[in-house]
Design a protein around this ligand. Structure first.
Ligand SMILES: NC(=O)C1=CN([C@@H]2O[C@H](COP(=O)(O)OP(=O)(O)OC[C@H]3O[C@@H](n4cnc5c(N)ncnc54)[C@H](OP(=O)(O)O)[C@@H]3O)[C@@H](O)[C@H]2O)C=CC1
Ligand SMILES: CC(=O)N[C@@H](CCC(=O)OP(=O)(O)O)C(=O)O
Length: 345
């Protein structure tokens, strides 16, 4: 059993961590923190947990968290984890951070998107937690920068094909649609029912903060600079993310060669499911699960590949992938705590 703690347990990603870790057979959830709900049971914030998880939230303190947990999840807004995670690591703790603070390798890139980093050394040591791709590095690290939800859905279909030299990396366009929980639980006008329901909008076209995160990883995998065009959209559903990616093929491959390449790359990875020829994924089929479903179609008239990937932004896009990373770090079965049977609809 490993003692685990969650800092920021009452946000959407934190609550999803509570749900998954509470049911994890090898994790003992010992401490959950929140400033607003300190002293209150998490079930008073999320009534679905009533009589199941009535654990009380504590005020955050480094000492309390380090005393009570050996592996810590931080599910806080960007820019806060870099102030507290170094102290946790100094105390010998292993940390999985869900924010962007430990995702980048290059401090200048982090600074360009967020602000100057206050813990550059640790940032450089951290491993990017895209579980299927960085499995071996995750096993031995003390600090994981869990990927953003959009990057997870964009990178998983692209990386095998880039590594195989199948697509022209100068022609990549990704178009993602996210459920509203992607914006977190803090009140903001864009998440209001009247603003988000019965509407479907693009935002931050070619200027979203996840674009540099994707570019850094893709450039590293391609061994040359890759700059993709990325446009996120908000769709009126609470959770789920669908990404459609377009890229020119370098040769005249057919769909079965693309699907074979993806299937080979992910053959030992239980959470990536490659769709059969002629079908593409839907968010409903991954809802509440840690799966990333991927489908491929070729537009023969343009020799253009179309990849469609679906994840649940709160699970594979955040808490589920974080627990998958914990399993990998602790050399446990990757699927522990994440293997419940998906809802059929
Ligand atoms: N939502 C999603 O789909 C995804 C989220 N993430 C990342 O996960 C992290 C959490 O996101 P999400 O759950 O959506 O956000 P929420 O806004 O829903 O939750 C944020 C949490 O952090 C706590 N918090 C807020 N401000 C502070 C502060 N100044 N100091 C300490 N604690 C604070 C809040 O609790 P309290 O105010 O009570 O302390 C709350 O528990 C973010 O870094 C986000 O980028 C990553 C991928 C997907
Ligand atoms: C729908 C929506 O608003 N999504 C968020 C991104 C989701 C996310 O949590 O990304 P980080 O982990 O990098 O914060 C946004 O566009 O800002």
């Amino acid at each position: 059993m490993v003692r685990v703690g969650i800092v920021g347990a009452t946000g959407y990603a934190g609550a999803e961590l509570v749900r998954i870790l509470y049911g994890h057979p090898q994790a003992d959830l010992t401490i959950i923190t929140s400033r607003q709900y300190a002293g209150k049971p998490v079930s008073s914030v999320y009534p679905a947990f009533k009589n199941v998880i009535d654990m009380v939230c504590q005020e955050f303190s480094i000492n309390a968290v380090c005393e009570q947990a050996d592996l810590i999840f931080t599910a806080l807004p960007h820019k806060i984890p870099m102030e507290i995670v170094p102290e946790m690591v100094k105390n010998g703790k292993r940390v999985i951070d869900l924010s962007a603070d430990f995702r980048f390798n290059d401090p200048e890139k982090y600074k360009a998107v967020y602000q100057p980093h206050t813990s550059e050394d640790l940032m450089k040591k951290a491993v990017y937690g895209l579980s299927e791709v960085y499995f071996n590095q995750i096993r031995t690290t003390d600090i994981v920068g869990n990927p953003g939800c959009y990057p997870t859905s964009v990178l998983l279909p692209l990386i095998p094909l880039i590594k195989a030299g199948i697509i022209d990396t100068d022609t990549i366009i990704s178009d993602s649609k996210s459920g509203v929980s992607g914006a977190g639980r803090s009140p903001n006008i864009g998440s209001l029912y009247c603003e988000a329901s019965e509407s479907f909008k693009a935002y931050k076209a070619a200027s979203h903060r996840h674009n540099p995160e994707m570019n850094e990883v893709l450039s590293c995998e391609a061994g040359k600079p890759v700059n993709i065009t990325f446009v996120p959209h908000l769709v009126p559903m609470s959770r789920g993310m669908l990404t459609t990616t377009y890229a020119k093929l370098l040769q005249n491959q057919d769909t079965s060669e693309i699907l074979d390449c993806l299937s080979r790359f992910y053959k030992d990875r239980p959470f990536v499911r490659v769709c059969p020829p002629g079908s593409v994924p839907s968010t409903i089929h991954v809802r509440g699960t840690n799966y990333c479903d991927i489908g491929a179609v070729i537009d023969k008239s343009n020799n253009r590949l179309i990849l469609v990937s679906a994840i649940d932004n709160l699970v594979k896009g955040a808490a589920g992938q974080a627990v998958q990373n914990m399993n990998i770090m602790l050399e446990m079965d990757e699927t522990l705590g994440l293997d419940s049977v998906p809802y059929p609809l």
